[in-house]
Design a protein around this ligand. Structure first.
Ligand code: MN
Length: 197
């Protein structure tokens, strides 16, 4: 599938003329730029964190109900959702109606390194995702160090993955930024700041 075809589900699920979200046109990344990641705090019907990795021109996405943890002992359910356009990477706002109605802030943003290897040989991000395991080193404001995404197919659902902090120098068993730091790293706003206006 081309990156543009991969965004068909994104476009089908929402009315971007009404929701205020990016339209979902495919915009190629600048070559030679380091790939980006974003974690968006999405206060919708259920509060969750959307974790997205830039891979081959789209944002590969998971909804993580509890958000990423810095504690390697925590296994966080991550539900794979539709690929998002790169323009979504800094989207903040209130989705007034329809799919995902609620507020979205950029809880963390930065670049990442693909650290995935098999027998010491680097594996391209797209191949790692297809195989169901990718390890990334995040360079964010709130999240740093390595995180591993592993497809679990829990309950027979292909979309079920697990997100776990790799035990490295950035691991932290006490701090819980998903509870203590709710603000946008771009604007300092919280989700409640975006409600009505
Ligand atoms: Mn969401």
């Amino acid at each position: 599938m081309t990156p543009d075809q991969r965004l068909a589900a994104y476009r089908r699920k929402r009315r971007t003329d009404r929701s205020g979200e990016p339209r979902g046109a495919y915009v190629p990344a600048q070559p030679a730029q380091r790939p980006r990641f974003v974690v968006q705090r999405h206060d919708a019907r259920n509060l969750h964190f959307d974790v997205r990795l830039e891979v081959d021109g789209v944002l590969v996405s998971w909804a993580v109900p509890k958000g990423p943890s810095l504690n390697p002992a925590d296994k966080r359910l991550a539900h794979r959702t539709e690929d998002h356009p790169l323009t979504y990477v800094d989207f903040e706002g209130r989705i007034s109606e329809g799919y995902g109605a609620g507020t979205v802030i950029v809880w963390d943003i930065g670049t990442y390194d693909n650290l995935t290897t098999v027998d010491g040989v680097p594996v391209a991000a797209a191949d790692a995702l297809a195989k169901g395991h990718i390890t990334v080193g995040l360079h964010g404001h709130k999240l740093t160090g390595a995180f591993a995404f592993t497809r679990t197919r829990m309950g027979g659902d292909e979309a079920n993955w697990m997100l776990v902090k790799v035990d490295d120098e950035a691991a932290d068993r006490r701090r819980r930024p998903t509870s203590t730091r709710n603000e946008s790293v771009l604007t300092g706003r919280t989700n409640s700041d975006l409600e009505v206006g």
